[in-house]
Design a protein around this ligand. Structure first.
Ligand code: NDP
Length: 452
């Protein structure tokens, strides 16, 4: 009989923490999870799920416009923000309930409140103190804003999901996933949007061709996307407008200023220092390949470890940890060939290496690229182009990267990710017969290499 209350005590009931807890309990462990905010964490409450619902909402505008070329007459249309947010909130509440039920049915004890590690085997939540063989920190991350004068006037994605009304003019600052996605959401719903990114080209880390192609497509939609531009200060004018003064001295007025300038691991006030859990300079918890921290029985997964900050990766890390701790199979999470998408409009999706990264790793590579106008737009008249790109290791003929900007990119790349993960060769892509007419078939019909 163990002398501790639990085999595993998880701090944070987000995507990673919930999965690790549930699977551990199903393997026979005595598990508890503490959550101070909302069940399901960022993804369910103020991230992936509500974001995608807002992306759907904002994409109707283009659909209505495109319908005309197919003979449809679409009458006056307005988007009601309050209805959208209320419906979204109802769905999130339903999901919160599902998370609670999943934990309860798995036999995971739930604690509501902030947990603090007292020592490597003891956790305090409110006025309760419990002991555990293992502690898992899965507290996620939180938006980070630069300290410029007037930054208190800006909101983050957390607040964007709960605005009372749709702002007429939105200024989005940042050039990562969140900035690009919200610029598209507000634009599609009818706001006038300006997006500022401090560097020469946004979405650093993605393949250069797709970054450029997406910038061009976004500008065509009417978003004022500016590079090499960054606010130095923000003020509220007497009429209530917000005025950002940029580093070059120019000014930009808006009703809402949304900062999406990255997220930081949530590690403050958890007792990590007292327990001697090592942190990186970024504040992230340092873990080994099995998600073990510098303390033998304390583990960490998800954004708080700042490895690859994506929900499905946190879930994967949680599954691996459960297998390591209670499945008798030490399992290290794999962070290679993880597909991801930016739900911009049009969306961007990618798996594997960028052209630059592949060149660095393999030296000699072949690149296949195609750009075209979707069949749909021959009648809709929309000036939108799709880009697809394959990166191939010349020595082995393996496809090591697949990238796309265009409608349904996430759905298409998800399928290709299996092929890339399996090590498929370009010859095997070529031997695959396409579905006609589709955009996706272009991925198996690219024959012309881009000249070296
Ligand atoms: P990112 O790290 O992706 O992007 C942050 C952006 O802000 C970068 O363009 C960065 O510029 C810029 N920036 C950073 N600091 C400053 C500053 N002081 N002043 C001006 N600009 C600054 O963060 P996000 O907030 O967009 O997203 C956080 C994480 O959430 C992502 O890493 C991603 O993993 C995850 N996510 C995934 C989504 C998906 O899968 N669809 C959706 C949303 C989030 P620079 O490049 O020059 O450093």
């Amino acid at each position: 009989m163990s002398s501790t209350d639990y085999d595993l005590f998880t701090i944070g009931a987000g995507s990673g923490g919930v999965r690790a807890s549930r699977i551990s309990a199903s393997l026979g462990a005595r598990v508890a999870v503490a959550e101070e905010r909302y069940l399901g964490g960022t993804c369910v409450n103020v991230g992936c799920v509500p974001k995608k619902l807002l992306v759907y909402a904002s994409s109707f505008q283009e659909e209505f416009e495109d319908a005309a070329g197919f003979g449809w007459t679409v009458g006056d249309r307005t988007a009601d923000w309050a209805t959208l947010i209320a419906n979204k909130d109802r769905e999130i509440e339903r999901l919160n309930g599902i998370y609670a039920r999943l934990l309860d049915e798995a036999g995971v004890e739930r604690f509501e409140g902030r947990a603090r590690i007292v020592d490597p085997h003891t956790v305090r939540v409110g006025d309760r103190t419990v002991t555990a063989e293992n502690i898992l920190v899965a507290t996620g991350s939180w938006p980070h804003l630069p300290e410029i004068p007037g930054i208190e006037h800006a909101i983050t994605s957390n607040e964007a999901f709960y605005l009372e009304s749709l702002p007429e003019r939105v200024l989005v600052v940042g050039g990562g996933y969140i900035a690009v996605e919200f610029a598209g959401i507000f634009h599609g719903l009818g706001s006038r949007v300006t997006q500022l990114y401090r560097g020469p080209l946004f979405l650093r880390g993605f393949d250069d061709d797709v970054r450029e192609a997406l910038a061009e497509e976004i500008r065509k939609t009417g978003i004022d996307l500016r590079f090499g531009a960054n606010p130095a200060s923000i003020e509220r004018a007497t009429d209530g407008s917000l005025v950002a003064t940029l580093e070059d001295g120019s000014r930009c007025e808006a009703d809402t200023i949304l900062y999406a300038t990255g997220r930081r691991p949530l590690t403050a006030d958890l007792g990590l220092e007292d327990a001697k859990v090592a942190l990186a300079p970024s504040g992230a918890i340092v873990v080994d390949e099995y998600s073990r921290t510098s303390v033998e029985n304390i583990w960490a997964i998800g954004d708080v470890t700042d490895r690859l900050n994506l929900t499905p990766v946190a879930i994967h890390e949680g599954m691996c940890l459960a297998a390591t701790l209670f499945g008798g199979r030490p399992t290290a999470p794999v962070h290679e060939d993880v597909a991801s998408a930016v739900f911009s409009q049009p969306p961007l999706a990618t798996v594997g290496l960028t052209e630059a990264a592949a060149r660095e790793r393999y030296g000699e590579i072949d690149v296949y690229r195609t750009g075209f106008r979707e069949l749909k737009h021959t009648l809709s008249g929309r000036d939108q182009r799709t880009l697809m790109k394959l990166v191939v290791d010349r020595a082995t003929d393996r496809v090591v990267g697949a990238h796309m900007v265009g409608p349904h990119a996430a759905e298409i790349i998800q399928g290709l990710a299996i092929a890339v993960k399996c090590g498929a060769t370009k010859a095997q892509f070529d031997a695959t017969i396409g579905i006609h007419p589709s955009s996706a078939e272009e991925f198996v019909t690219m024959r012309e290499k881009v000249a070296d």
